[in-house]
Design a protein around this ligand. Structure first.
Ligand SMILES: [Ca+2]
Ligand SMILES: [Ca+2]
Length: 357
């Protein structure tokens, strides 16, 4: 009897030890998994920590100003700096003729700017030469020239800006004042400035708001409902060739669509859509969404066939900027107009981060 009890005790002890060891192995597997999720291949075969940042959101300036303002009778007002942040493409800033004219936004704190989308005034865009975007902590003064070396440059784009300029700031280039400047001697006209980034104060207080860093997503494949006259220039790739002068173009269709395969599950932070062609009335009721089901070329795409990020009623104008809620993720980006019309888009720029699997 004693032997039986002793044998049972030994077996129980062994089982307990096995359970402890298994638990340890499982835990270290989980820790390894977590560690793997926090690291990435840097492209050179090296494993490096993934970058996490505070949540990137649209920054609403507390004040905007510019070198000078002239009166525009149709606005019934001086075309002041505020016209670049009124959400209306039809209103724009207008400075006097100046050397390296500038516009600036006080962001109300020290920000890491991620992306700036600058929408040009429709019309005399030959004025918008050599776009420069930068940041500084020194408050600017209206009426004064701004030297090119008076601020930290994010990026300078040589040549004409075109319909829209999209600029990124390198990591670590931070400041309270965002500057938009053209390196030319001319008048300056800007229809809209949209700024995206995060408050650097939040870097000191990491919280659940910490997200994978937002970068531009380059699709692995693009496709669309159909192609006008099957012409090469209207193929879906014309919307991601980095050239505002080329655009994808469908036949007339019910709720025409264009889609991008991002090659993984992504959260989209912001999508910038630049219109193509001259018939802007066709681009009505812009809808942007995501799905994990590949839309079928040649077939209509139902409005409920994907998760909607945002629908913007009315005409898109020359530029549409759409944000997706945090929980909306997917592999395929859908851009659709809720109208029976032709669809033509010059460029789609997608920003977000890949979701861990
Ligand atoms: Ca405006
Ligand atoms: Ca293009």
């Amino acid at each position: 009897m004693l032997l039986v009890v002793a044998a049972i005790a030994v077996v129980a002890l062994v089982l307990a030890c096995v359970a402890i060891v298994m638990d340890f192995i499982n835990k270290s597997d989980k820790e390894n998994d977590d560690a793997n999720k926090r690291h990435t291949d840097n492209g050179n075969g090296q494993t490096v920590p993934k970058k996490y940042t505070p949540r990137v959101t649209e920054i609403k300036p507390v004040e905007v100003l510019q070198i000078s303002s002239v009166n525009i009778p149709t606005f019934g007002n001086d075309a002041v700096a505020d016209f670049a942040i009124d959400g209306n493409e039809g209103t724009y800033t207008h400075t006097d003729n100046a050397t390296n004219p500038w516009w600036a936004a006080d962001m109300g704190g020290i920000y890491q700017v991620n992306t700036v989308v600058i929408t040009n005034q429709k019309g005399p865009s030959t004025r918008s030469l050599n776009l420069r975007v930068g940041v500084t902590n020194t408050k600017l003064v209206s009426g004064q020239n701004l030297a090119l070396d008076a601020y930290t440059l994010c990026e300078q784009k040589p040549g004409l800006m075109g319909v829209v300029g999209i600029v990124s700031c390198p990591d670590g280039v931070t400041g309270q004042y965002l500057i938009v400047q053209f390196k030319t001697t001319n008048y300056m006209n800007i229809a809209e400035v949209n700024i995206y980034g995060y408050d650097t104060d939040k870097l000191e207080n990491p919280s659940k708001e910490y997200m994978p860093a937002v970068t531009e997503i380059k699709p692995v494949d693009v496709f669309q409902i159909n192609i006008l006259r099957n012409k090469l220039q209207y193929f879906p790739g014309s919307a991601i060739d980095g050239n505002e002068g080329t655009y994808m173009h469908t036949n007339k269709a019910t709720n025409p669509w264009w889609a991008a395969d991002m090659g993984g599950i992504y959260h989209l932070n912001m999508v910038v859509i630049t219109n193509g062609g001259s018939v802007l009335t066709r681009s009505t009721n812009l809808r942007v969404g995501v799905t994990n089901t590949k839309p079928v070329v040649g077939e209509d795409l139902a409005l409920d066939a994907y998760t909607l990020c945002e629908e913007q009623p009315g005409s898109m104008g020359v530029v549409g900027i759409v944000s997706c809620p945090d929980e909306v993720t997917g592999q395929y980006l859908v851009v659709q107009f809720k109208i029976t019309e032709y669809m033509h888009i010059a460029e789609v720029n997608i920003y977000g981060y890949e979701i861990e699997q």
